[in-house]
Design a protein. Structure first.
Length: 451
């Protein structure tokens, strides 16, 4: 059969790339739908005011009057419940709906058996072949394998280019000499046997241009053989389970809970009012002032008594910064992995990496802290930082491509936050006594800053 010359034939790899791009767009759209709300509360904004359209004023008036007659609550119907653990200094959330709501609407907490999002049950189902969806840990592991494969192929190409250059130089000299390894980052180790039929492991670690029966030297990078790198075998099969079957019927119990830090817990209790925290030995939830004093005492090790609390308590200073950036719309996560106090995400860890790394520094600028010699020596010791400490922190953030932000918190005198015995503490008035100052730092490189 004759075919028109203008007919376009799609190659299999082109079809695969088109299908992959469509799946990527679908997954991104689904992520935006899942993580649509920035906080676990529902806001009811007013309609937009259009100056040249008088009807927009009537719409705003109708929404305001409707809200007064039929008020709508922004909080969930039932408050989330959590139990305080003094051992881990965190609050545990065990309800599955509360876990998903707190993570998908603001990225609060972390899974006790996961890196970030509570995905232990999904990973366990995938391990048993009960579901085919991948978790964030699987995606991270796959990206690491791809990076190692890319490094292997790059080292292989560099080795081939060096060998080709040495052959050309040997031909110009009129004699073929042995190829000498002159590289310091990797060494070439010749294999003793040649197999015409590669094994499954060889296929998974071979480069795209490798042909069966072609001898490829093993590349050792940084002292490790590329064959020793862990490559996961593909999933052989997946048993699809009907959605109406419960996890308990399959014999799977979710052993993971959500861990909330003290700063996240108090923000959900005091800032949003959607969480109830129950202590270990009581059946009644803690009030905001009780939780405030308890978190301040737990920030010391061992826990300090209520009479020894100071304006520069670790919890109080960290919560000031946490509340400050949360109120500005940032997603705040702990930054222990990068030797900082907090990490700031634009929308959340599922969309992009953290942009800023926060280092908290208390500042004793009030005249009270310089009133006596003892206080002056004490605050000077707290404010002192060595140059090598700052250099290490800055180098770490530059290596992971994050911007270091030094956040200075001005500490008020003790008289500004102390209360009389039997008096209820006004947390809002206490937080107003602190002032936050931000300084953005970037590492200056001479080679990158030339004209």
């Amino acid at each position: 059969m004759a075919m028109d010359n203008d007919t376009v034939h799609l190659k299999p790899n082109h079809l695969a790339s088109v299908h992959q791009s469509r799946n990527t767009k679908h997954s991104k759209r689904r992520l935006h739908e899942i993580y649509e709300l920035p906080l676990p509360v529902v806001c009811h904004p007013l309609p937009a005011l259009i100056p040249h359209n008088p009807l927009s004023i009537l719409r705003i008036a109708y929404v305001v009057v409707s809200g007064l007659i039929w008020p709508q609550s922004s909080h969930p119907s039932a408050l989330f419940r959590g139990s305080l653990s003094t051992i881990t200094q965190s609050v545990h959330i065990t309800d599955a709906k509360a876990i998903r709501a707190l993570w998908e609407k603001g990225f609060f907490g972390k899974g006790s058996l996961s890196r970030s999002d509570p995905s232990w049950l999904a990973r366990e189902k995938r391990r048993l072949g009960l579901m085919a969806a991948q978790t964030s840990e699987d995606n991270t592991r796959a990206r690491r394998v791809e990076r190692r494969q890319m490094k292997y192929e790059r080292a292989l190409k560099e080795r081939e280019a060096i060998e080709e250059q040495l052959r050309e130089e040997a031909k110009k000299d009129g004699s073929l000499s042995s190829v000498v390894d002159t590289t310091g980052n990797f060494a070439c180790v010749e294999t003793a046997t040649h197999e015409n039929v590669p094994s499954e492991e060889d296929i998974s670690t071979s480069s795209p241009g490798k042909q069966p029966g072609q001898h490829v030297p093993k590349i050792a990078m940084n002292g490790h053989d590329i064959s020793e790198l862990p490559f996961e075998p593909p999933v052989r099969g997946t048993v699809m389970v009907p959605e109406d079957i419960d996890d308990e019927e399959l014999g799977l119990a979710n052993e993971e809970h959500l861990q909330l830090s003290l700063e996240e817990t108090f923000f959900l209790v005091f800032g949003l009012g959607i969480l109830e925290v129950f202590p270990e030995d009581k059946s009644d939830p803690l009030t905001a002032p009780e939780l405030f004093d308890l978190c301040r005492s737990l920030s010391y090790y061992p826990a300090a008594s209520a009479t020894l609390l100071a304006p520069d308590d670790p919890f109080l200073v960290k919560y000031i910064v946490y509340h400050h950036f949360r109120s500005l719309g940032w997603v705040v996560r702990h930054g222990n992995k990068f030797s900082v106090d907090f990490l700031l995400y634009n929308r959340g860890p599922v969309f992009s990496h953290a942009e800023f790394a926060i280092m908290i520094l208390p500042s004793y600028s009030h005249p009270h802290w310089r009133s006596t010699v003892e206080l002056t020596a004490k605050v000077d010791e707290k404010e002192r930082r060595d140059w090598w400490w700052f250099h290490c922190i800055n180098r770490v953030q530059a290596h992971v491509r994050k911007t270091l932000v030094l956040v200075y918190v001005d500490i008020p005198p003790p008289s500004a936050i102390n209360i009389a015995p039997g008096e209820t503490r006004n947390i809002g008035s206490v937080l107003k006594q602190y002032r936050v100052r931000e300084f953005v730092l970037r590492r200056w490189l001479m080679n990158r800053s030339r004209d």
